[in-house]
Design a protein around this ligand. Structure first.
Ligand code: SF4
Length: 95
């Protein structure tokens, strides 16, 4: 095996491992208590959406079968926590 192909192989293995390292965190909204204020979406629109006249939902990309439960990548944990802190009725749970 040439040095070039060996480095190529090592690089590919590292790339695969980096993709596998992404962790996910559970997130949920107790929609019964949601007052539709929109603060979560204003704080973190990557995860939350509040359509006119409706309770908050998790964006479809991160939903787990239902609109109020999801899993997010670790890159969005701080965004989710800031949104949870912004909720005036504290109906967003993370972790
Ligand atoms: S911040 Fe809380 S109350 Fe406001 S829309 Fe989001 S989940 Fe509902």
């Amino acid at each position: 095996m040439s040095v070039g192909s060996m480095w190529h192989r090592i690089f590919r293995i590292n790339s695969v491992n980096e993709q596998e390292v992404v962790k996910e965190m559970k997130i949920s909204i107790d929609r019964e208590g949601c007052i539709e204020c929109g603060a979560c979406e204003q704080t973190c629109s990557e995860i939350f959406v509040v359509e006119s006249g409706q309770k908050a939902s998790i964006v479809r990309k991160y939903q787990k079968d239902v609109p109020d439960v999801g899993e997010i990548p670790d890159t969005l944990v701080s965004c989710a926590n800031e949104a949870a802190a912004s909720c005036p009725v504290q109906v967003i749970s993370t972790g």
